[in-house]
Design a protein around this ligand. Structure first.
Ligand SMILES: Cc1cc2nc3c(=O)[nH]c(=O)nc-3n(C[C@H](O)[C@H](O)[C@H](O)COP(=O)(O)OP(=O)(O)OC[C@H]3O[C@@H](n4cnc5c(N)ncnc54)[C@H](O)[C@@H]3O)c2cc1C
Length: 366
């Protein structure tokens, strides 16, 4: 399939560039009063959880996000073969395989030993380990992956759609009710931000809440759960570009290491024209975030040119940001977390019929 000749355009790639429209926003509806599972966040973690929950008519699920509608431009566009296996389980892998740029090979460029001011290709290897999966790793707009999950939810027996323009402002757990299988111990408070309902406060009672609301999770903060682990101290600039270049491996995933200026990774994008550049930037101070570094496309292209010496990069169009890489992990964590939630819910339903006490954690972080 060929698309994006004139730059990136979101929506269904089966529709030609000129006619393609963004995925539609669902109508604004009131939040339900009580649900079994409340999912906060429609990133890859939340949507994977919701897609799975949508298959069960006996579990009432609600998924909420503070953004006005579905994602249009992806960030996590590298799709691992394990993620495609999960989409296969949702019966949506064919579209992913058809639309992705399939990564099959990596090339490596390093400073030439005799002329270290130049770089040369040192070797080529297969991308995914042979036998790892029936699928390859691939590149496709993260928003397209979200659309396949959203389509699966809306076409499921529960006809599940996210509620957008709702920001979670508080989440409380009534500890006295956590052992009562009939109870809804969680109270979540949301503030609406759509034109007609701006500022309106809504509450939902839930039996389980899934905090898939990203790195600065309000769910986590409301429950006073400390962030475990560390943030990265290395930033990478990311840009998707249409470019004229004499780089011979521009349609192969390539690692380019320079002598003095760091590294660049280039990955061809779906559609046959765009290329993603990951450009190694400086170390970030411990108290700063990657988004604190203010960069323009000119800074990134200048750095890429310094690293890829002797390669001609003529930028035509670009779209960029700063990056970390964990969407694929989110999908996998959600796939296992939903098993745990459903297992406890189904046991709870069974226990209601046969009075037995069940000790269950009520909040799941995806
Ligand atoms: C430029 C860039 C490139 C990247 N490239 C890759 C890549 O190639 N591969 C990869 O695996 N990862 C990549 N990542 C990382 C990836 O985007 C994240 O790891 C992934 O999105 C995390 O998924 P998530 O569902 O946990 O959270 P998020 O995607 O952050 O989603 C959280 C959602 O929660 C919503 N939300 C937050 N707070 C609230 C609130 N209070 N109330 C209601 N809703 C709320 C947000 O609006 C958002 O929709 C990249 C990131 C960036 C920035």
């Amino acid at each position: 399939m060929q698309f994006h000749l004139n730059g990136f355009k979101p929506g269904n790639y089966q529709v030609p560039d000129a006619a393609r429209k963004p995925y539609p926003n669902p109508p604004i509806e009131d939040l339900p009063g009580e649900v079994d599972v409340l999912i906060v966040g429609t990133g890859p973690a939340g949507l994977t959880m919701a897609r799975q929950m949508s298959e069960f008519t006996d579990i009432k699920t609600c998924i909420v996000d503070m953004t006005p509608g579905p994602l249009l431009f992806g960030r996590a566009d590298g799709i691992s073969c394990r993620t495609i296996e999960i989409m296969e389980a949702f019966n949506s892998s064919e579209m992913v395989v058809k639309e992705t740029y399939q990564l099959k090979q990596n090339t490596f460029w390093e400073p030439d030993v005799e002329h270290p001011e130049n770089i040369k290709r040192t070797h080529k290897i297969a991308d995914a380990r042979a036998g790892l999966s029936e699928f390859t790793h691939g590149i496709v707009n993260q928003a397209r992956l979200h659309e396949l999950l959203l389509d699966g939810m809306v076409n499921s027996v529960t006809n599940l759609r996210p509620h957008y323009s709702r920001e979670l402002v508080d989440l409380e757990v009534d500890e006295r009710l956590t052992q009562d299988l009939d109870a809804y111990p969680i109270t979540a408070t949301f503030k609406r931000s759509d034109k007609d309902g701006a500022g309106k406060i809504e509450t939902i009672k839930a039996r389980f809440a899934v905090g898939s609301d990203g790195g600065r999770s309000r769910v986590r903060k409301s429950l006073d759960i400390a962030l475990e682990g560390d943030s990265a101290d290395k930033a990478w600039g990311v840009m998707d570009i249409l470019l004229n270049t004499d780089f011979p491996d521009s349609r192969v995933k390539s690692f380019i290491q320079s002598k003095d200026h760091g590294a660049v990774m280039t990955i061809p994008r779906e559609g046959g024209y765009l290329i993603r550049f990951y450009v190694e930037l400086d170390l970030i101070d411990k108290d700063k975030r990657a988004s604190d570094i203010k960069l323009t496309e000119h800074d990134l292209i200048a750095k890429a040119q310094k690293i890829s010496i002797l390669i001609n990069l003529m930028l035509k169009k670009w779209r960029g940001g700063q990056s970390t890489q964990w969407a694929n992990a989110s999908l996998i964590v959600s796939t296992t977390a939903q098993w745990k939630v459903r297992k406890i819910l189904f046991r709870a339903l069974l226990c209601l019929a046969m009075p037995v006490t069940l000790t269950a954690p009520k909040v799941v972080g995806a």
